[in-house]
Ligand binder design. Structure first.
Ligand SMILES: [Zn+2]
Length: 217
């Protein structure tokens, strides 16, 4: 069931340890199939190096397991809430990536110190602390993320969401790179921050000129 989506979620999961966004069991990736609304998600407490696409769970939009024998991610309720309230997204990545978490424990947004921040929608907003396991994290994210692709949750970690699983994965890497640069820059003083005008100018250039046209592969 949903073989292609499972492969995409699996490949995204493999990027997390490779890019040092997770250690041991932490972090989750999920994807939604736009046709059926079914969700593919990582099993809880499972080693990345032992994971295969067949270990991923398939569930319906209410969280009823349709395929898979392992227990789903402990963060499943958050993902279900986000998919229900944001029909525009089909991929979610959650990590405790360390540089972003420096800002999470300080309770500060990650400032837009690089053009890469423009691709995330500007500075990365901060959400209030919320308990894991229920809908509290999801409702706080929906309330605070706005049009941004990412949010950091106080004393917890990072959530990125996008129209595809792969884009949410790219965004999770970008958030950590941005946080790392901002963190070290702030040790030297107050970094320059992009203006709203510079952010929208960069977004326009990126949308029209970056990447390959579909016909070029
Ligand atoms: Zn977490």
């Amino acid at each position: 069931m949903l073989k292609e989506l499972k492969q995409e979620v699996y490949e995204s999961l493999m990027e997390l340890p490779k890019n040092r966004l997770v250690t041991m069991h932490s972090g989750t990736v999920s994807g939604r199939d736009p046709k059926t609304g079914h969700i593919v998600i990582k099993p809880t407490g499972f080693r990345y190096d032992l994971l295969t696409p067949n270990d991923l769970l398939v569930m319906d939009s209410k969280g009823n397991i349709l395929e898979g024998t392992l227990r789903p991610s402990s963060d499943t309720a958050t993902h279900l809430y986000l998919y229900e309230h944001r029909p525009d997204i089909n991929g979610i990545v959650h990590t405790h990536s360390p540089y972003a978490c420096i800002f999470a424990v300080l309770g500060r947004p990650i400032p837009a110190v690089m053009t890469s921040a423009a691709l995330l929608g500007g500075e990365v907003p901060i959400g209030e602390y919320a308990a894991v396991g229920g809908e509290d994290i999801g409702s706080e994210i929906v309330a605070k993320i706005g049009n941004n692709a990412a949010i950091i949750m106080k004393n917890h970690g990072v959530y990125t969401m996008a129209s595809t699983v792969w884009q949410a994965t790219i965004d999770a890497v970008e958030v950590e790179d941005l946080a790392k640069i901002a963190h070290f820059a702030m040790l030297h003083g107050a970094p320059n921050v992009l203006t709203d005008e510079q952010i929208s100018e960069f977004q326009n250039i990126y949308q029209t000129r970056y990447g390959q046209k579909p016909s070029e592969g």
